[in-house]
Design a protein around this ligand. Structure first.
Ligand code: PLP
Ligand code: TYF
Length: 397
């Protein structure tokens, strides 16, 4: 029966990791997949997570199922992180949160919810965006449209083109926005631009959906939520997919959340009951451990302070690498201006390297970056910086 099935293509990002692993060269460098690495090129468990896990090992007294949306404590902790501790949307009970298997699980819940309950609408995604956005929403049966986001000539955002494209959206359409640290460009809207986007969505009756996978990687946990918090003041309805893979380093625990904000408590509760029905037929109920870690940390002032410091350390290390990268490229004789890399947020930057240069980096130098030219800055270290920049100088020649 299976003889007619042809092989599926590898995921463009995860497939690159497999290629990297299989590469026998000792000095190979992986700037592909978006995983944080420390100065030694490792992705260790955060010490705050280890402490929370020790507490959980001691306290946990059952492995019985969670409820479909997970625990209320987790839901509240997620909402406080998103909206701020005393936010009106929380106090007015307009927000409901379902613990999902990763940010991807949250996006898939959002996709199914839109498809089943919001009619014939289009999901607008940025050009470029995280490749899996297309996969997830297409799998949910939703039509997609792209809005402009990036101006390759300027290595910057093209806000005017973005707004012009979103003006073409129809009432009811969904606009997917990256909460911060846009993947893959590392370029985010300013507060004024967030405000303008929120007003555009409100005026045209568009439903904003935030994908929030890097909260805390740009400036700080609170600061990075500025765009979302502007939207909650302007737009009565919102969807949010959170991921705690990166900011808690809980990648393989698959911990995320889908949050729905309604116009009032009654509408939010009814709509959310449908989200539970959707989760039921996909994975029934969520995996407990990662969310228990997140809840334990966020509900303990000492552990939370420790986690915020560890997150700041990750953020600061990436920033240091951005500065060092730009400096070292210059020192290696690269005349092209790469200073824009220092202005970008989070793990990723669009380098502007073309496909041939990306291929040459891999083939000739063992440097792995995503085909679009996206660099995972978090993969840079003091040790690999000079070889990396020397290789880039060579492919730019
Ligand atoms: N959204 C964006 C923009 C991402 O970069 C990622 C990365 O993994 C995700 C969602 C998915 O997060 P998770 O790994 O928690 O499923
Ligand atoms: O963009 C990245 O590298 C991360 C990790 O299918 C990732 O978001 C990449 C691809 C994928 C799942 C996660």
């Amino acid at each position: 029966m299976f003889e007619k099935i042809s092989a599926a293509p590898a995921d463009p990002i995860l497939g690159l990791t497999e290629e990297y692993k299989a590469d026998p060269r000792e000095d190979k460098i992986n700037l592909g997949v978006g995983v944080y690495k420390n100065e030694h090129g490792e992705t260790p468990v955060l010490p705050s997570v280890k402490k929370a896990e020790a507490l959980l090992l001691d306290r946990e007294n059952t492995k019985s199922y969670l409820s479909i949306p997970g625990t209320a404590e987790y839901g509240l902790a997620v909402q406080q992180l998103l909206f701020g501790e005393q936010a009106d949307v929380i106090n007015d009970k307009r927000a409901h949160t379902a613990h999902s298997p990763g940010g991807t699980g949250a996006l898939r819940l959002a996709g199914e919810f839109i498809k089943r309950h919001l009619g014939e609408v289009t999901v607008w995604i940025s050009n470029p965006t995280w490749a899996n956005h297309k996969g997830v929403f297409t799998a949910a049966g939703l039509p997609l449209a792209e809005y402009s986001y990036y101006d390759a000539a300027k290595n910057d955002k093209d806000f005017e083109a973005m707004v012009a494209d979103l003006e073409k959206a129809n009432a009811g359409d969904v606009v997917l926005l990256h909460g911060c640290c846009h993947n893959p460009t590392g370029i985010d809207p300013t507060e004024q631009e967030w405000q303008a986007l929120a007003e555009l969505c409100q005026r045209k009756g568009l439903l904003p959906m935030f994908d929030f996978a890097y909260q805390g990687f740009a400036t700080g946990v609170e600061e990075d939520a500025a765009g979302l918090r502007i939207f909650t003041k302007v737009c009565p309805e919102l969807l949010i997919a959170s991921s705690f893979s990166k900011n808690f380093g809980l990648y393989n625990e698959r911990v995320g959340a889908f949050t729905l904000v309604g116009r009032n408590q009654e509408e939010a509760t009814k709509a959310f009951s449908q989200v539970k029905t959707i989760a039921r037929v996909i994975y029934s109920n969520p995996p407990a451990h990662g969310a228990a870690v997140v809840t334990t940390i966020l509900n303990d002032a000492t552990l939370k302070a420790q986690w915020l410091q560890e997150l700041a350390d990750m953020r600061d290390r990436i920033k240091t690498m951005r500065t060092e990268f730009v400096k070292t490229l210059k020192a290696q004789g690269v005349s092209r201006d790469f200073s824009f890399i220092e202005q970008q947020n989070g793990m990723f930057s669009f380098s502007g390297l073309n496909k041939d240069q990306v291929n040459a980096l891999k083939a000739d130098h063992g440097v792995y970056i995503v085909g679009s030219g996206r660099l995972n800055v978090a993969g840079m270290t003091h040790t690999n910086m000079v070889p990396l920049c020397t290789a880039i100088a060579k492919v730019l020649d």
